[in-house]
Design a protein around this ligand. Structure first.
Ligand code: NDP
Length: 322
């Protein structure tokens, strides 16, 4: 089958199209013919070696497809079912093997590209808003990179919960997308300063959701109200250097957390509960997911280049047939 392989860590050029052996489903697993692959920022961390993984490997963990074969003892799903996943290593490929508990059924009416890119970013936005901070309805919060994949979904979930949303982005075109999703204030860099955020939030925001990391961490911390929550959830601009806990005291007895999705979908029950809420929103139209770009599987390197050059909005998808 066709797949993308990484034999050494590095820039986007290390994403190499190859032909490799078809995977086979073991007990409790299914073989899926991929119809679309989700591209996520975390894929770039694995590619660069910031997150460890043994070489060589096929990157990616998210996608959607159709079940072609089932392993021994597999219940609930049958050949021909449409499914989506976000925790199957090796998803940049024509075929993927995944355990049944890691799959959700894709409802009719949800297109392949949406199905393939709704879970990783959707579940992240969901756990961030429900379980990582202390803001209350009516409070103002700050979301960095609001036009991105996680950012767009987080704005919508935050607005739906009654938060006032300030968000940041790099271009007017991206800002327009954030406004259309309900953001109350959109700040373009370099105007996105703590002073401006404080002005717009009556002295500081109750929570910052910061997925940009190194470049924004200091100003995010300075934007918080007393006893606010600093939710650092990513490192698009690079990892944040070690933080002296005393800084949390000086910033107003603020809370700092650095959560990761795996800990918020650690049981099948929690994964399914969150996934069904995200899916429900997509099906009834209350949660809009924008697929910003589709590339052929063999163009995975171009997709990574665009993502890291801040050239994308919403989610990014690879088409395994191209
Ligand atoms: P995005 O679509 O949000 O892409 C990243 C965005 O970050 C860019 O579009 C850009 O937006 C902004 N950005 C700011 N500075 C830089 C920079 N120096 N280089 C590159 N981008 C920059 O990606 P995702 O939605 O896939 O992921 C968003 C963040 O969420 C990532 O950090 C990712 O690692 C994290 N994440 C964390 C999870 C967790 O559980 N902790 C799970 C999933 C994702 P702009 O042009 O508007 O500035």
């Amino acid at each position: 089958m066709r797949a993308i392989q990484i034999t050494q860590h590095g820039g986007p050029d290390v994403l190499t199209p190859v032909d490799i052996e078809h995977p086979k489903p073991g007990p409790g697993e299914v073989l899926i013919r991929t119809t679309a692959v989700g591209v996520n920022y975390i894929d770039t961390y694995f590619r660069e070696g910031i997150y460890p993984r043994d070489l060589p490997f096929v990157p990616g963990s998210e996608g959607a497809g159709v079940i072609e074969a089932v392993g021994q003892g597999t219940k609930d799903l049958v050949v021909g079912d449409r499914v989506a996943w976000c925790q199957a290593p090796g998803s940049y490929a024509e075929y993927v093997v995944a355990p049944v508990e890691s799959l959700v059924a894709v409802p009719e009416g949800v297109d392949d590209d949406i199905a393939a890119s709704m879970l990783l970013q959707g579940l992240t936005a969901h756990y961030l808003i429900t379980d990582t901070h202390r803001a209350m309805e009516g409070d103002t919060i700050l979301i960095t990179a609001g036009a991105g994949g996680v950012g767009q979904l987080l704005i919508q979930l935050a607005v739906a919960r009654g938060f006032r949303v300030i968000t940041t982005t790099s271009t007017e075109e991206k800002a327009e997308k954030c406004r259309a999703l309900g953001a109350h204030h959109v700040l373009l860099y370099p105007q996105a300063t703590p002073e401006r955020v404080r002005e717009l939030s009556d002295g500081g925001v109750a929570t910052v959701f910061d997925g940009v990391g190194k470049d924004t961490f200091d100003s995010s911390l300075s934007s918080l109200a007393r006893r606010g929550s600093m939710v650092l959830f990513g490192a698009a601009s690079g990892p944040v250097p070690p933080v002296d806990p005393q800084r949390l005291n000086s910033a107003g007895s603020v809370f700092l957390t650095r959560p990761t999705l795996a800990d918020f979908i650690a049981t099948t029950e929690e994964f399914r509960d969150r996934a069904s809420e995200v899916l429900e929103g997509i099906v009834d139209g209350t949660l809009r997911l924008q697929v910003g770009a589709t590339y052929g599987l063999s163009q995975a390197a171009d997709a990574h280049r665009a993502l890291q050059a801040r050239g994308t909005t919403g989610s990014i998808v690879l088409d395994p047939l191209r």
